[in-house]
Design a protein around this ligand. Structure first.
Ligand code: ADP
Length: 482
C-alpha cells in the first residue's frame, strides 16, 4: 500500500502541538507494518534548523493562487526513517511563525498559504512519479485535498481526514472563496458554508473518503454537539458511520527516560531515584527559593489557551501554592494568560515558575522532574502530554474528558489499580479537590510508588493504533476498487 501523509506540522521540523508528534511517529509505525509511506509538509524556515541533508528533487514549477503566481520546488530530506518531502515556497512559508506571527494571531493569507500547499501536494503526485493509493489528510490545512481529489484526474486515489481538533474550523471570509479554485457545480457553497464563512474543515468532512478523530471519547463528544461539536456536529453526524475514533500513540523511542538526551539523569533501574534526581535538577533550574524535597512538583507543558483549562487553574493558583506545591508551567498561548502567569512568576508566588517559550529541552525536564502532571482541559481530542508524562513517572491529574478520559484511569486505593486522578466539573474547586486527593496519596510513599509504577507501565505505543489506521486504509481501498 502506498500512502502520502500530508500535514502542516511534523517534529522535529516544525512543531506547534501534538500534530507534530503524530506526524513524526505514526508514519514510522505504519512503515513498520509494511506501508510505503511518505510525508509531505511545507518548508517553513524552522526546517533549516534540523541538521539533515535536504535535496532538491524537482525543477521550479508555478502554482496560481488567485491572481498571483507562486514558484515552488519540492525538496526531500535524506536521513529520516521515512521519506519526507517539503513544499518549498518561500513567499508563503519562509517566515517567523507556523500559523501566525504569534500563537494568538493567524497570518492574514493563511487561506492562500494552505491552498497553495494543497495544490502542491496534488501536483507532487505527477512530479514524483510515485502515485499513492491514499492521501492521509490532517486538519483544515490539508482538507482541500479531499475536494481536489474528487475533481482531478486522481479520482481513484482515496483519502482519510484526521481531525486533531474540531475547534479549528479553518474559517475564512466567504468573499475569498475563489482562492480555493473550486468548481461551483461540484462544490456548491453548502459544502463548505460555516455560519456565513468558508470552513475548510467542513469541506474536508464532507468530501474525504473516511474521517477519524484521535480518541473514542472525543468522537462521542463531537457527535453530541454543544461546545464540543464546534458547529460541525451536523456535518459529522451525516458521516457518522465513516467517522472513527482512533487513539493517538506515542513513540517511546523518542520519549524514552532511559536515553533522553535532554534530561539530567537517565533512568536505570529505580523510579524513585530517577524522579528524585530529575526533580532536584528541575527545582534548581526554576530557581525556587526555600523549598524542601518533600514538596511535590506539579508540571504543565502545553498551549496556554482556553482549551487547556488555564482559567480554572488561575482561579485557584494561590491556593495550590499555599498547599505547598511547586508549580512549573511551560507554554505559549493567549497573551492574557501569558501576562498573568508572568506576573505571578515575577511578583506574587515564590513557588510558581513560568516560561513562555517553546522549549523542547525544558519540556523533557518537566516531564522527568514533576511528581504530578496537570491537564485541567476544557476539552481534549487526545492529549499526548499526559501520555508522555506517565512514561516519565509523573502522575496525571486531569479533567475527565475526551482522550484524557480514555488514557488515564482513576487510582483506586482498594484495588491498587489506576494511574492518576480525574475530576469532572470545569471549575477551580473540582481541580483543587483532585489535587488534594493526589496530595494525600503522595504523602503515603508506598501508595505513591504504586501509582507511579502503574503510570510508567501503561503502554500507548503506536502498534495498536497504527493497525487500526491500516484497517481504515484497506476499507477505503476496497471501496475504491469496487
Ligand atoms: P495539543 O496538540 O493540543 O497542543 P498535546 O498534548 O496533544 O496538545 O501535544 C502537545 C505537544 O506539544 C507535546 O509534545 C508537548 O510536549 C509539546 N509542547 C506544548 N507546548 C510546548 C512548549 N511550550 N515547549 C515545548 N513543547 C511543548
Amino acid at each position: 500500500m502506498k500512502l502520502l501523509f500530508a500535514t502542516s506540522e511534523m517534529a522535529p521540523f516544525a512543531k506547534v502541538g501534538g500534530l507534530a508528534d503524530v506526524s513524526q511517529s505514526l508514519p514510522i509505525a505504519l512503515s513498520k507494518l509494511g506501508v510505503d509511506i511518505r510525508v509531505i509538509l511545507p518548508a517553513y524556515s524552522t526546517v533549516n534548523d534540523v541538521e539533515l541533508n535536504l535535496v532538491q528533487i524537482t525543477h521550479p514549477f508555478k502554482i496560481r493562487i488567485h491572481d498571483e503566481t507562486i514558484e515552488v520546488i519540492l525538496l526531500e530530506a535524506r536521513g529520516f526513517p521515512v521519506k519526507v518531502y517539503f513544499v518549498d515556497a518561500p513567499y508563503f512559508f519562509e517566515r517567523i511563525g507556523i500559523y501566525g506571527p504569534n500563537p494568538s494571531e493567524g497570518f492574514k493569507d493563511n487561506l492562500e498559504r494552505y491552498t497553495l500547499f494543497c495544490k502542491a501536494v496534488i501536483i507532487s503526485i505527477r512530479k514524483l512519479g510515485w502515485e499513492p493509493d491514499i492521501i492521509h489528510l490532517n486538519d483544515w490545512q490539508t482538507a482541500l485535498i479531499a475536494a481536489y481529489l474528487k475533481t482531478a484526474r486522481y479520482k481513484h486515489i482515496g483519502s482519510l481526514l484526521t481531525i486533531h481538533n474540531l475547534a479549528f474550523p479553518g474559517d475564512f471570509p466567504l468573499e475569498n472563496k475563489d482562492v480555493m479554485s473550486l468548481d461551483d457545480q461540484i462544490f456548491p457553497p453548502k459544502t463548505y458554508d460555516f455560519f456565513g464563512k468558508i470552513s475548510l474543515l467542513k469541506l474536508g468532512i464532507v468530501n474525504a473518503g473516511r474521517i477519524n478523530t484521535v480518541s473514542s471519547g472525543y468522537r462521542e463528544e463531537t457527535l453530541a454537539g454543544g461546545a464540543n461539536g464546534a458547529g460541525l456536529e451536523d456535518a459529522l453526524q451525516k458521516r457518522k458511520k465513516q467517522y472513527y475514533g482512533i487513539l493517538n500513540g506515542v513513540d517511546y523511542e523518542i520519549w524514552s527516560p532511559k536515553d533522553d538526551p535532554y534530561i539530567a539523569h537517565k533512568f536505570s533501574s529505580d523510579w524513585h531515584g530517577f524522579k528524585h534526581m530529575n526533580k532536584m535538577d528541575l527545582v534548581k533550574e526554576c530557581q525556587f527559593l526555600k523549598t524542601s524535597e518533600y514538596q511535590p512538583v506539579i508540571g504543565m507543558v502545553g498551549r496556554l489557551v482556553h482549551q487547556k483549562g488555564i482559567e480554572i487553574l488561575l482561579k485557584v493558583i494561590e491556593q495550590i501554592h499555599d498547599m505547598g506545591f511547586l508549580l512549573v508551567v511551560l507554554g505559549t498561548g493567549d497573551m492574557k494568560f501569558e501576562k498573568r502567569m508572568a506576573f505571578l512568576n515575577d511578583n506574587l508566588l515564590v513557588n510558581v515558575f513560568y516560561d513562555s517559550s517553546f522549549n523542547e529541552k525544558l519540556a523533557h525536564k518537566i516531564y522527568a522532574g514533576s511528581d504530578i502532571f496537570l491537564m485541567p482541559s476544557m476539552y481534549e481530542p487526545c492529549g499526548l502530554s499526559q501520555i508522555i508524562a506517565m512514561r516519565y513517572g509523573a502522575v496525571p491529574v486531569v479533567r475527565d474528558v475526551g482522550g484524557l478520559k480514555d488514557t488515564v484511569e482513576q487510582f483506586d486505593p482498594e484495588t491498587g489499580e489506576g494511574c492518576g486522578f480525574k475530576f469532572s466539573d470545569f471549575s477551580g474547586e473540582a481541580l483543587l479537590n483532585a489535587l488534594k486527593e493526589a496530595l494525600n496519596a503522595y504523602m503515603n510513599p508506598a501508595i505513591w510508588r504504586k501509582i507511579v509504577e502503574n503510570a510508567v507501565n501503561i503502554n500507548f505505543s503506536w502498534s495498536n493504533s497504527a493497525k487500526k489506521y491500516l484497517t481504515v486504509y484497506q476499507d477505503i481501498m476496497r471501496e475504491k476498487n469496487g
